[in-house]
Design a binder for this molecule. Structure first.
Ligand code: ZN
Length: 260
């Protein structure tokens, strides 16, 4: 089967579905990704004095992480970080990529997850709309005139969700997930600087930030996967809300349920 991941930022994929992506690829499935922004403002390191410097670094980090996981193809849209809105223009770009890739299912971030990041909310919402309408030949017919075909997507798989209904056992793939996360040196540095600074304004500190954060990441990522797994009787898991599109959502119990 073919999957597309639509990520608001270059580092989203490994955190919310890296183990699942590695597992799907090991089973012979094909995974592509579309990266909507370059995450180019995500730093407190003043040596990044122009946002295009960080954009280049994050694109390289994304390429390294996707190579680790075996993702087949990465496309960068290069839209402005922290400024995404759920517009028709953004939806058109995602419909176009869905029609280019022809995935059976699309991963993205749950837009209803109490997330303060506008890019996460906008992309989640627009991906659901794009996947619901990409099969209509009268929807963005200019794509068909350009030679693309309509695309039938069966389900959208929402990560970072407050209401999971599907758990993937990633116990054999936790090392791949960690390896992919560790590719994002710029974002690990940000987590360290930001985490310590936020604690400081509360008058607190934590030994977590005394050493380079990448030393703590393997244990932390493993612990989170174990906690998710406990909810489903699995050793380690990633959790998702799988939504069938159209009538599939209504008849999912009749067809034996929908999973990733
Ligand atoms: Zn993100």
């Amino acid at each position: 089967m073919r999957y597309l991941v639509v990520e608001p930022h270059p580092d989203d994929l490994p955190f919310f579905c890296g183990g699942t992506v590695a597992k799907l690829i090991s089973e012979g499935h094909e995974v592509h990704t579309l990266v909507v922004t370059d995450g180019e403002q995500g730093t407190l390191n003043l040596s990044y004095d122009k946002d295009d410097k960080l954009a280049a670094v994050m694109r390289a980090e994304e390429q390294a992480a996707c190579k680790t996981l075996g993702v087949k193809n990465i496309k960068f849209l290069g839209l402005k970080n922290h400024f995404l809105e759920p517009t028709h223009e953004l939806r058109e770009k995602i419909v176009r990529r869905v029609r280019e890739i022809q995935p059976a299912a699309v991963f993205t971030i749950d837009p209803w997850n109490f997330d303060e990041n506008p890019d996460h909310r906008a992309v989640g919402q627009v991906v659901l709309e794009a996947c619901s309408f990409a099969h209509f030949h009268l929807f963005h017919p200019e794509h068909l005139e350009e030679g693309l075909s309509t695309a039938m997507v069966a389900k959208v798989i929402l990560g970072k969700t407050p209401s999971p209904n599907s758990y993937v056992d990633i116990s054999g793939f936790i090392d791949k997930k960690i390896e992919a996360i560790l590719c994002y040196k710029s974002q690990i540095e940000l987590m360290q600087m930001e985490g310590a600074a936020r604690l400081k304004v509360l008058g607190k500190s934590s030994p977590i930030f005394d050493n380079p954060l990448d030393q703590a990441i393997p244990a932390s990522v493993t612990q989170i996967a174990e906690e998710e797994g406990q909810k489903a009787g699995l050793p380690m898991a990633e959790a998702f809300h799988v939504r069938g599109l159209g009538i599939l959502e209504n008849i999912k119990d009749l067809i034996g349920g929908l999973s990733v």
